[in-house]
Design a protein around this ligand. Sequence first.
Ligand code: ADP
Ligand code: MG
Length: 755
Amino acid sequence: MEDKILVLKDIKKYYTGAQAVVMGLAGVDLSFSRGEFVAITGESGSGKSTLAHVLGGILPYENGEMYFRGSPTSHFDSLDWERYRRDNISFISQNYGILPGATVQKNVVSALLLSGMGKREAKGAAEKILRQVELWELRRRRAAKLSSGQKQRLSIARALAKPAPILIADEPTGNLDAENSAKVIELLAQAAKDRLVILVTHEFPEAEDLATRHIVLRDGLVVTDTPLRPANEPGAIRAPQRKKRSMSLYVAGLQTGSRPIWAATVAAFFALTAFAVFAFLGVFIINLDDTSTYRYDSSAFPNGSKTRIVVGTLDGSPMTQEDYDALLAVKEISSLEPNGYVTDVQYAYREGIDYQVSVNHEQAGPWGEQHYVTSHATVNDSAPYAQTIPLLPNGREFLAAGRLPENFYEVVAGPGGPSIGQTIHVGFYAPAKWSRDNVIWLDFRVVGATGWGKGVYFHESVGRFLMSAMQVTQTTHCYLPQDPEAAEPLEKGTFLCSDAEMENLNRVSEVTLTLPVTDPALLAQGTTELTLVAKDRSSPLRETSLHGLSNNRLLMVDAESFEALTGGLASEQVSLTISDYAYTDRILERIQSMGYIATSPYRLGATKQVPELAAERMQTLQICLTALIAVVALQIVLLRALFSVQTESFRTLSNIGLTSRTARASVLWQMMLFTLLGQLVGGAAVWMCGCNGVKRIEQMLRYLPPVYVLVLSGVHLAASLLSALLVIRSMEKQVYPLAGKNRDLNLEEGKEENR
Ligand code: ADP
Ligand code: MG
């Protein structure tokens, strides 16, 4: 039996259909050797194809035993059958079994590569075979464009390319004219020189002159088995050289490359799903932060600008230039306001915009006192917040024109603000720190312009002045330095207005104020307190300098005293401006890791949720989630449909030795590559939408921390993998019906075939 490569003993094969069980083979006993050229004939439905497929290890049999090289095969599992096919069988079917999208040459080369041949070797061997089947001239033509005769010759070329000991051809000449049929039979006869060639045909005469044996089947049984002439004496078996090399990427390329339009469609589809996943999931994630649905409570930090971050040292010690430099070096911090408290003081300079003036007319009293008029300014809540000249990160120019303020009364104006040379009338007010009516009015001269931020920027001394106003004196006392350009320079310890002016004012009295000294120089001299004599002016001084300071005192001191009071006041709290609220979390984390305390006033103050905004947010979340699920479901369903076009090619490739494992991996490869490509294109599209002002996407791009890009592409990848899994499953079911089935069990029960 050793010289018999295949031996069948009482082989039965049933097809279990929905209604009935059909007998394919009804007990076949046959044996075959290499060198034979066997022609199998019989009427249609007699079981020729069934026999061919059983011999080829493509269909399982239910009864009997098939021996391959003397060893039984009934215990084979799917993997064993795969190996059997891969190493021993070349199968040619009536419907050619070629890759229609690939070129003639590629068809043969791919078969050779699949059989384990090296690349260069395969090219040479392919040329030899293509010349043999007279297709070398057409090697660059797509297989789909060949005539049917040429297609069948190509199919044989592919089968011949594989160094398998058994070649099975199921009606290879069925579609061919006589001339082409003769060529095909001639090729098969040559192939039989060193292998077993089994030819299924219903046209016996065409093989009569070359076949070595003739078997006739009827109703699944062998009727006659006639030797025609001696079989060839085959040489030593060419052991198929198998290189341990994965073909999956190659097969993926073959599947995709031979269908350019299909590939473009799938790529576009992946780009679309990537875009949708990125957009919907991204918006979903940024909406998980519900800060924006809250109303701001200004009790802690009156200025709750979204882009403001307040930073202090852990021990409350003053910050140094080094601290400033370290903070400014953090990415996305666009400016640093050393006088951090100032940013919580509002200022008003545009009448009608920042403040309204109302005039009260007092009635004359019963004894005919002079009636008088007071004007009262109300500062709007929307008035801007004070800022002194900020520090900018390296390389950023603050000043656009003019110069920086050199003293208390000079300012730089931001874009759209007053122009250089103009004098503006500015009222400061800190409702959270001072009683609500207190507004300090001062005149400032614009000396510079900046393109940075908005509003006006004050000299640092204004910052220190307001800080001391808030810190030292609590609510009622303010210290104003001398105006260097005032007509009458003030002497130390005197007031801004003359005595004569004072006499005209109501309820003027003198007060003496003792204040702690903070200037290190003065402290070093042993001075710990500074006494200032000031006059209490409880009523409006004059309209331009004071509005609404009723019952409060405005104390004015000269520049030197002011310096002495506040000069050494280092700031332990600075305000940072970040380029976008989106970076808040990242920057807070960063600054805290640098060893500072940092807080976002906006976050801190967002305490009262607005129901409408909250509802809107919930809706956005729901829409995004629903859309996301829909996209993922659509991707899975559509991809399964799109990939079904590959089934036939997989079947063809499996006939010449593509294992299910490699096929699976090749689907996975395609999915991965398409996913990558789709993500690149989809990501670029998201980016472009962001740049072109699609609001939600623009928001998302800024708010989403970079690591979340990984989350987005991870979710899209997961959806792709899920699709891949389903595609693989349906492909396996159709191409590898034996996969996963253990044929040792229920041998007698006919099993459903998925052919
Ligand atoms: P032939 O190739 O000689 O025409 P087949 O081997 O294709 O014959 O068919 C043999 C018998 O098995 C026929 O009765 C046919 O109807 C049946 N048969 C073949 N394939 C299937 C199948 N997939 N499912 C059910 N019955 C089948
Ligand atoms: Mg048939």
